[in-house]
Design a protein around this ligand. Structure first.
Ligand code: ATP
Ligand code: MG
Length: 383
């Protein structure tokens, strides 16, 4: 974990708790932390270590991960362990270096002596891999602690960000598209617990469109943890807008309803921000003017993690976090069904609120809010 500042301990405890929950499904592990490093140790032979390690790569708050093997506190045992444990890494690397950290100051050799000895042995065992003190491909780390020694290979990059919940909670508007799963992920990575909210317009959008959002939530739950997806019945509102408002304002008025209902849900679940997948200039509803009008009625901040991204960058993220395949499944989205032919790109708030006066907004919002379905989802399925 990479942190500065005084509240490090509380962040560490959150990370530790999240790691503990995550590895529990792979067997009995002990989890503890010291100086911003979380140690996870299998307690029996039956633990699925590769499984746990793989799953921790998605853990927010972990800057890097390192697998280590324990061995006897004796230099030749350390060298032998490094040879077998890191044989694959040595086969791939062109250069290496050994570094030693000695927590046990009574150990009979200095750190430099240990590094030299182990480095010499490894150099003999893997002659094609040269010693390089400046910029090695493979960094072998030897740690000599009180009870035993540890050998590590290269660290792999972790998911980064901050531990779950360290920034509070937000609701996230989750459609079935490519963008909003990515914005949800990125917001969660900054330490926000997420309550996803989906607006569902049955029968204009099918049960399968809802299934798709459930599946996306399930994928996101691998990173964000257990969550409750809030599905808001939106059909009546969309029909009323189509019937009562000028067509060119349809999308923007729809967005304003979504924002307001999302904020009501935020207050109910104790969230302090609204996250969307909006992105500057992709479509008419996402010009600066439109974004301003959409968020105008809210008292909570609207977070738009993707605001400056190119579509290609968003798609690359979607691919990396595993949501893309599901997002591109061809089920309709409630906004495309009612999309105006010539949407307004520079709406003015006064004109929009005037148009909205034709609707009984309060009742429509209260009804949709009251009808919200809550679907609890963990990383494995609906629970
Ligand atoms: P996405 O790929 O996330 O659907 P998009 O580029 O298609 O985004 P829009 O469809 O205009 O953009 O939606 C903008 C944002 O509004 C979405 O990213 C999402 O946060 C929210 N949104 C749109 N439709 C819905 C919906 N049916 N339920 C929940 N949120 C929605
Ligand atoms: Mg969309």
């Amino acid at each position: 974990m990479v942190l500065k500042g005084g509240n490090r301990r509380s962040f560490e405890m959150r990370l530790e708790a999240a790691v503990r929950r995550r590895v529990a499904q792979y067997g009995g592990f002990s989890v503890g932390s010291k100086q911003s490093v979380v140690f996870v140790e299998p307690q029996s032979e039956t633990c699925d270590v590769p499984g746990a390690f793989g799953s921790l790569r998605g853990q927010f708050g972990a800057a890097s991960l390192n697998r280590a093997v324990e061995c006897e506190k004796d230099v030749s045992a350390i060298a032998e362990t490094a040879k077998t444990y890191l044989a694959d890494d040595f086969a791939r690397a062109k250069s290496f270096k050994v570094e030693t950290k000695r927590a046990d100051k009574r150990f009979p050799m200095t750190s430099v002596e240990v590094s030299q000895y182990v480095g010499g042995e490894l150099n003999e065992a893997f002659p094609q891999c040269a010693v390089n003190m400046r910029n090695p491909e493979l960094m072998v780390l030897v740690e000599i602690r009180e009870d035993s020694a540890f050998v590590h290979g290269n660290a792999v990059r972790g998911a980064g960000g901050l531990p779950p919940g360290s920034a509070g909670r937000a609701v996230s508007l989750l459609s079935g598209g490519i963008d909003s799963p990515v914005s949800t992920y990125l917001a969660a990575r900054r330490g926000l617990r997420i309550t996803p909210v989906h607006f569902f317009s049955f029968p204009y959008t099918s049960e399968r469109a809802k299934e798709k959002v459930i599946e996306l939530t399930r994928i996101l739950a691998r990173y964000c943890g257990v969550t409750t997806l809030e599905v808001v019945p939106f059909t009546r509102i969309q029909e009323e807008i189509a019937r009562g408002c000028p067509e060119e304002f349809g999308t923007i008025i729809t967005r304003r309803f979504m924002a307001e209902i999302a904020e009501k849900i935020a207050f109910r679940v104790g969230a302090s921000a609204v996250v969307t997948g909006e992105n500057l200039g992709q479509v008419a509803s996402q010009t600066i003017e439109s974004l301003a009008v959409t968020g105008a009625g809210l008292s909570l901040p609207v977070l738009r993690p993707l605001i400056t991204f190119d579509k290609r960058e968003i798609t690359e993220w979607a691919e990396r976090i595993g949501t893309l395949k599901t997002s591109i499944l061809p089920y309709e989205d409630c906004c495309t069904v009612f999309t105006p032919r010539r949407p307004s790109t520079k709406p003015r708030l006064a004109r929009i609120t005037e148009a909205e006066a034709a609707l009984d907004r309060e009742t429509l919002i209260a009804e949709a809010f009251a009808g919200t379905e809550k679907i609890k989802i963990d990383e494995t399925g609906i629970i």
